[in-house]
Design a protein. Structure first.
Length: 287
């Protein structure tokens, strides 16, 4: 077995124990999977990933703990024991060092939390996320019908943005933007799960312009899980969606509210390495 395959098996083992069995990670099992001593594996892991194996496990624990703090009503003490901390005090200290806020403050004031995703051997990306209540919005813009079968929308969506830039629709919509923070939305809605089709719209907030030229969608007041994606588009936003499908949407079951999922693109340079785009998931919070 190649080393990358061994490493992936170990990463999968870690996730199985953190997310499902909630058991301590056994160094002997790591040795079996790696085919070498635990100490040697740790050295190789650190060399390959610029971080220690213990750091990786800790970052994953604190990422998952952040989900539990924000998405459940579990007691902080129970979350601390779930992730192997000896006391709520040590857990709170580690949580604050990682997320920049204590667990109780995060739950009370909906602070932005960090995410360190499950390691992918060719993708090292991290995400910040938070819950935000947003007022109702009226959006206007242009729409197309597209297939999302086999992820073909990863190509058709950027092509639609390029078309809107070429024909002038992008500039017209940008001039009509009345949002508090200038930026454009991408919306996925009107899904046909049987045909694996949906409508994708490029839109801005506008409360005055009325024209047959544009589609209109009313977004009700809602609570959103908002993920910051950093990097040039479309790569950064697409990697964000992949992360959500592979981990967040599957493992952390906020109920999905009856609103479209949104992309938001800032008015900055889209080719910049630190360009900000966001993914908004409408959620229903537990009572």
């Amino acid at each position: 077995m190649e080393w990358n395959e061994k490493l992936q098996a170990i990463i999968d083992y870690v996730e199985e124990h953190l997310q499902r069995t909630e058991e301590a990670i056994n160094p002997l099992e790591i040795e079996r999977l790696a085919g070498c001593s635990y100490s040697f594996f740790q050295k190789v892991f650190s060399y390959m990933n610029d971080m220690s194996f213990a750091e990786y496990v800790r970052y994953r624990k604190l990422t998952l703990a952040g989900y539990d703090v924000m998405s459940t009503q579990m007691k902080i003490i129970d979350i601390s024991y779930k992730y192997g901390y000896d006391s709520p005090t040590s857990f709170t200290k580690a949580f604050q060092q990682f997320h920049g806020v204590s667990p109780s403050q995060a739950r009370k004031t909906r602070q932005t939390l960090k995410v360190y995703p499950k390691m992918q051997l060719h993708m090292k990306q991290s995400y910040d996320w938070r819950l935000e209540e947003k007022s109702a919005m009226r959006l206007i813009g242009k729409s197309i019908r597209l297939s999302y079968r086999d992820h073909v929308h990863f190509q058709s969506v950027p092509e639609f943005w390029s078309e809107c830039q070429r024909n002038g629709d992008y500039a017209k919509l940008y001039a009509l933007d009345e949002g508090n923070t200038l930026g454009m939305f991408g919306l996925f809605h009107d899904y046909n799960t049987l045909e694996k089709e949906c409508t994708y719209s490029i839109m801005v907030i506008n409360n005055h312009e009325k024209s047959d030229e544009y589609d209109e969608i009313l977004i009700p007041e809602a609570t959103w899980a908002i993920f910051d994606c950093r990097g040039s588009v479309p790569q950064a936003i697409q990697e964000g969606w992949k992360f959500l499908y592979q981990e967040w949407l599957v493992q952390y079951p906020f109920l999905h509210d009856a609103c479209p999922e949104l992309e938001w693109y800032s008015s900055q340079n889209t080719y910049a390495k630190d360009y900000l785009s966001q993914i908004w998931i409408p959620i229903i919070e537990e009572d």
